[in-house]
Design a protein around this ligand. Sequence first.
Ligand SMILES: Nc1ncnc2c1ncn2[C@@H]1O[C@H](COP(=O)(O)OP(=O)(O)OP(=O)(O)O)[C@@H](O)[C@H]1O
Length: 629
Amino acid sequence: MEVNNEIFEGYQKENHEESINEIVAAYDLLDTNRNNFNVTIWYNSTYKFNIKDRRVKLVQVPRSVNLVSNAYLHFLQGPGTKMLFEYVKEVPKLESRLRLDIASLIGPLFFTWVILLLFPVILTSLVYEKQQRLRIIMKMHGLGDGPYWMISYVYYLIISTLYIISLMIFGSAIGRWIFFMELYPGFSLYRGLYEFSIYAYQKNVTGRDGMKLKDFTNSAMDEVFYIIIVEWFVALIATYYIDQGSLSMEDSFSFLRKKFKQSLYPQKPRTSMQSSSVTVEMEKLDVTQERDKVEKLMLEPSTSHAIVCDNLKKVYPRRDGNPPKMAVRGLSLVVASKECFGMLGPNGAGKTSFINTMTGLVKPTSGAAFVQGLDICKDMDKVYTSMGVCPQHDLLWETLTGREHLLFYGRLKNLKGSELNQVCYINLTSLLYNFRGVADKPAGKYSGGMKRRLSVAISLIGSPKVVYMDEPSTGLDPASRMNLWTAIKRAKRHTAIILTTHSMEEAEFLCDRLGIFVDGRLQCIGNPKELKARYGGSYVFTMTTSSEHEQDVEMLVQDLSPNAKKIYHIAGTQKFEIPKGEVGISKVFEAVEKAKSSFTVFAWGLEDTTLEDVFIKVARGAHDFNVLS
Ligand SMILES: Nc1ncnc2c1ncn2[C@@H]1O[C@H](COP(=O)(O)OP(=O)(O)OP(=O)(O)O)[C@@H](O)[C@H]1O
């Protein structure tokens, strides 16, 4: 290329003061904060005007290609650049192309987006564990908060590091320096990258270096770091609060909801609570005896009993304008080691609330409870190490197989190596009996009954000292139910079990003692035989005849026992309750044979009281008492 040396040399010799002053003025207009600026003009070699404190020096620097045209563009923006512009116009220059650096323009947005892709993945995973209550079930099986967060942190740190390293490798491959992209969280990262982009752009325009450490105070980069550090602490504390405030997502934000609700529903005097507390409590003898037993144990604490509850209460706070709900009203109960205690009760009686309180899912409102001598309010973490839980709703990872679930929970119970494999195998065979096809399938693909069986297997793994089972046999077919019962019976040899159920058959088959719970109170307690003897002191006599002989049947029953009560009557079929003390079975047979000779008897039957009869009687009695009081 032809170069006009004369023009440039002439410029140097004459030292055009006026044109240099105009450069300074032009620059001041562009950015009054800066007192340092470089202009690079190419000619044969590269010359540089260093303008500092309005003093201009022309220095020769190594040749730099392609910057001259950018410098012109920059200076053309100021009104005082006329002289230079006119002069430069005459300087022959290399052919150059306009560089539009897409990466610098959209880089910050793009990089932030790419890095934040990992954030929802981590968040979803943590929230999933919390929402599905997997977090609490892991805790109940002995996984403490410290190890949980450490493992989660290290796990996601490794994933994030690998991700960022991949990104950096990719970035280097495309020629970008993205070291600072490792910094997090997103917003400050975005800001940081924005600062980088400005420097990157200036590098292209002016030929200066990119961002240096010393540039941090001139740019907003120092702020970015302060924000990241502050956010780090705030996020850690907030996470800790949300996690510790309560273990349920719902309760985590209860403090906010409380404030909001207080403004919507001003506090009314607590009339309903007060009235319930002055209700005369007519406790049955067996329940009173149990309470006395607990009181004695409280005076001489011992670890010989697996579970001791002393006047345990759970009240759910006022919600959506509804009054507070007393779900458990002062329960006193002792469960011995290796005892299976069955909790029966109608829907909404408070059984699950009691189990949730005992397993640490909700805190008791008052009273105390001890598991193996450990206070559930103070030593829950220690209690968890010897506890198993089969919750009312299955809490399983959709993607883990049955075997993986058992291996995981087995490890939490400190089982290792061959012992772990053996325990896992025993549980799989006893509870997932056709396990070969099932054990290695993801739990998300299990049927309802299979999930239930897996939940029971998890609760029993590692031979915990205390196991809570909330309706373990719900949704099981008869064969699976029998399997489950066998497994529970086997577990009873070394474990105390509290189980809730709506199946009287199950309660009778498995439980050493039963308690019938109605409206938060224990109505009766004892072993199934005792309860039947106490509450079911009558036979149920049923006879079906044609309708014209109904009167004859009534007379027959009156002859047998004047105190018999008709409890059911429909289209020729009548049911009577006959007090056991007033009639012998042989007398009933005789009377029926006599009746058969005088009229046609289609069918008849005599039944002893079942547990179901006891349950209905007790539940109805308690309900009527509550309605009247
Ligand atoms: N989180 C809660 N907030 C307010 N009230 C609740 C809450 N959980 C349960 N309750 C109420 O407490 C009472 C006892 O409920 P709980 O679930 O303990 O009964 P349950 O005996 O286990 O019933 P089911 O046999 O149907 O499982 C019910 O009236 C229920 O509506």
